[in-house]
Each structure stands twice: as structure tokens, then as C-alpha cells.
Design a protein around this ligand. Sequence first.
Ligand code: MLT
Length: 348
Amino acid sequence: MLVGDLPSEDDVQHLSSVWQRRSHVPNHVFATIEALPVSTHPMTQFVVAIMSLQTESQFSKRYARGMSKKEYWDAVFDDSMDLIARLPRIAAYIYRRKYKNGEHIQPNGLLDWSGNFAHMMGYEDESFHELMRLYMTIHADHEGGNVSAHTTHLVGSALSDPYLSFAAGMNGLAGPLHGLANQEVIKWIYELREEIGAEIPSKQQIEEYVKKTLSEGKVVPGYGHAVLRQTDPRFTAQMEFGKKHMPDDPLVQTVWNIYEAVPPVLGSIAKIKNPWPNVDAHSGSLLVHYGFVEYEFYTVLFGVSRALGVLASLCWDRALGFPLERPKSVTTKLVNDWLAGKEEIWEG
Ligand code: MLT
């Protein structure tokens, strides 16, 4: 992601072992997580843990010693590599703490980054490891404009170190219009099945339910996107995985029925620009298949993956010497004029 080339097998082996070496998480991070009520949302625990890990930032230490601007990217790279290496351990710790009575699983140094993450969460099925590799790959990046990438970039523009910047990005990812949508999707499907009283609701039943959802002024989670105008290729990648590994799974089949039923309904509403599913519409159903039913945790998985993209961008931000970001603001008079129809600032 950093250099724009697909890595060779050797590169992958090298990166895996570098991340293994950098993956140590200091004890105070676990103690900080433990200080939070176990009922705390896993994304909040995740962000708090990342913040407590900021004690390890090389960027902030080197900055305090007076590093040259030319070295910024190097210190950001160093922090980014450490952070990426450590996130699976932190996320898995939160998962086991919250859902598995705090019975933690030690890392396995022989596994790759995603495989080890799956292992530390307690999933040993090789096809689940394969799913984690897919999941970690497809959630890593989506241009620089999404909330998590842009927030990381914005906070980094103040020369806040990668720990501070990434934690800020994760607060954005925790919003329902961004990464939290994957948990909303699964909730919505469970409600749909319960109301209809069928394990695999028909397309017609789904259509009726969607119309009801819309008439109540609610959205269909997992459908629509700020910039995509077609089925999200990440949805398709997960569909392919489902066809290969679990074609008869009732929840996965429901996701596919929804995919057939929903776009025509949404497409008939003039103001909806994109009636197609996005990445979040599919991810939960694959996880549930393996018994990973704790849907509140899904956004943390997204967050571990997103580190790859946003931190690669942060390295480029400092390498290219991007300045502090400071959008223009407007006056109250301008807002009042706009409300009175005299000004077109927002459309412009
Ligand atoms: C993402 O991956 O961040 C989502 O597709 C949202 C977006 O791109 O705005």
C-alpha cells in the first residue's frame, strides 16, 4: 500500500517477520483496557488502548529532541509499523476480555499477521484464517476521502504522531455512517427475520420490509455509498468467498436475497444515487457462519485493517511535506443569508 506495488512472496515473508518482531504490547496498555467497564463498546476500548500505546511513539520522542523536517516521514513510518504490528494483539485482547471471560490466547509467532489475529481471537479453522486475510485486505483502504482516512490525515497535519492520528481516525470509524454500519446490517437482518418469522425470507417479503423501513424514515444499512455508483467490489469479493465456503448458509443466502430485492426498491426513489450494496452489507454474515456472533466487535476488525491504508497515507503526508490543514470557515451572517435564500455557499 505504501509503494503501490504488489509484494512478492519474499516481501510478504519479510513483512510478516518484521511485524512479529515489532508486535510486543507493553503491560500498561492491557492495564488501561482493564480499567474500563467490560460493557464499554469494543471500539471505545480499542481507541483508549491505542491512546495508551502512544507512550511508545518514536515520532513524538524524536520531535521533542528536535528532528529535521526531512526525518518526519521516517519516524512516522517507524511508528506506523509498530502500531500495525501491535493492533491484532490489542484487538484480540479486547475480544477475549469482553466475550470469552478474559481467557486470553498467546500469539503464535509462526503465523502471518491475519492468521495470528484469528488465532488470538480463538478461531483455528483454516477457512476462517482465510476469511481474516480477505477481511484485512479489503477493508484496508478506500481513497483518502472517507472519514477514517481523512481524520487520520487531518489530525496528522498538526504533526500529531501516528498513535494520536490513528486513534482520531478510529473515532470516525466508530460512527454508524462509517464503520459501525457492519454491525447495523446484522442487527437489521436479525430484526427482518424475526418480524417475518422465516429463516430465509423471500425476495417479496424483503421488499415489503424494506418499504416499511423506508416509510419509517430509516435507512437500509449496508446500502448506498458516498462515491460508489455500483455494487461495491468488496461486496462481490465476499460473495465469492461465501459461494466457495458456505453456499448453503441461511444467513448468507438471506444477504444474497436482500441483494436481489433491495436495489430495485431503492433505485425507484429519485433522490437515492446509489442503490447498491457496499462492503458492510456482506461482512457480518460470513463472520456469523464461523460462530463470530459478537457483532459489536465487527468495527474493530475493520479498524485493524484500516490501519494499513491510513498509516501508509500518513507516511506520504509527511514525506511530501503536506502543511497543516485548515479549511475556511464562514460567518453567522453568511449562514443567516443562506437560510434566507440569499446565499448559495453550501451548494458552491
Ligand atoms: C470505506 O471503506 O471507508 C467506505 O467505503 C466509506 C467511504 O469510502 O467513504
